[in-house]
Design a protein around this ligand. Sequence first.
Ligand code: HEM
Length: 405
Amino acid sequence: MTLHFQPSPPDHVPADRIVDFDFFHIPEGVTDPAEIWHDLVRRGVPKIFYTPRNGGHWVFLNYADIVEGYRDYSIFSTYQTPIPPIEPFPVVQPQGVDPPEHKVFRSLLAPMFTPIAVRGMTDEIQRRAIALIESFADKGECDFIGQYAERFPTALFLYLFGLPESRLDEFLDLANMFFRSTDPEARAKNIVEIYAVLDKLFREKQDNPGTDIASVIVTSRDPQGAPHDWTDILNCGFLLFVAGLDTVTNTMAYIWRYLATTPAAQQHFRDRLDDPDAFLLAVEELMRINAVSNIYRRVTHDCEYKGVQFRQNDRVILPNTVANRDPKVFENPDMIDLDRAVNVHVTFGVGPHRCVGSHLAKRQVMVSMQEWLKRIPAFELSPDQSGQTVFGGSVMGFSGMKLRW
Ligand code: HEM
């Protein structure tokens, strides 16, 4: 969606900090949406700059500032952050709440996504990956996004929430509308529908709890022993829906695009199918180089940060893709080194809101790659990429990507 809401820069922003930059807009001919961010660095714009686009917001380009934006919630809050501003905005749980309140839902979710908990989901992740891959393996081609990268995390969401696989198409429609529609009316209706589905689901789980995540959330108690506020429960379900689908879809899209264009990388992973540690190390590097999320913050009070004047409610964007290629932190940052040993990337954020689902996300990617490489021979991008578009925004990626083998 290209939004040109462009108020005049506020008077606390000096002219030499202003850059005209619209992170929703991917210019014609740009085939990788992350390049609009790297282009800023190449152009040598200030490492902390302000763009009047999309309601006006700051952008951080140094790894150290991006990490500070994640960590210092006394200045950079997660409460009501959308860019362009939408107010009021649902206070998603736990991401939209600053510490210490943040820990109520955080500590409810965290135990369900530990490495050990995720290991317990592996059979189910594997079963779903195999079923999807085998549905097209003998065809010699597929639309990777439509036939795999969108379906897979959505199918897993159904499993985690104790919903039947038969509802996959309904949830795919809801997710597709949410992530891809640029029509404000259709989007507003879609959000109401998602909340209605979650409301019905949580009520059913309240009456008949199982062992799934929805049941755990709805039957849990707050620190005083009382049931959680119903709105918070819905907002937590909504966050899990929003946080765990498009991010995984587009991370996979980036990774498969790289593999399809880099036969040596396919071979690197094929050679390590029986070595999960080496395989995971290489996946970690693909996570670094393919960081799809640009995260928002909101300034809590008028203050000065590294010589720059911020005003209360200013918005800030933390582009992980830029942090992950900061030469002050990563040696040869633009090189994909599948054996990179030290990898302090921020693809999953850092600090109090660091991604709860990171182990699950990595497991989804890793199992998908393993099962794919066992069933699909050397593959490449199909010459016909008609219908493919690239998009920017808070999650960047591709719609449509035809592969052949
Ligand atoms: C490759 C896939 C993923 C990426 C790149 C990603 C990225 C992120 C990032 C950058 C944050 C920090 C947000 C902030 O600081 O404001 C975050 C938070 C979060 N993610 Fe993920 N995520 C992914 C997959 C998932 C999955 C599969 C789940 C499902 C369980 C999930 C659930 C969450 C939740 C609940 C939070 C909020 C945590 C909190 O506020 O304490 N994410 N994610």
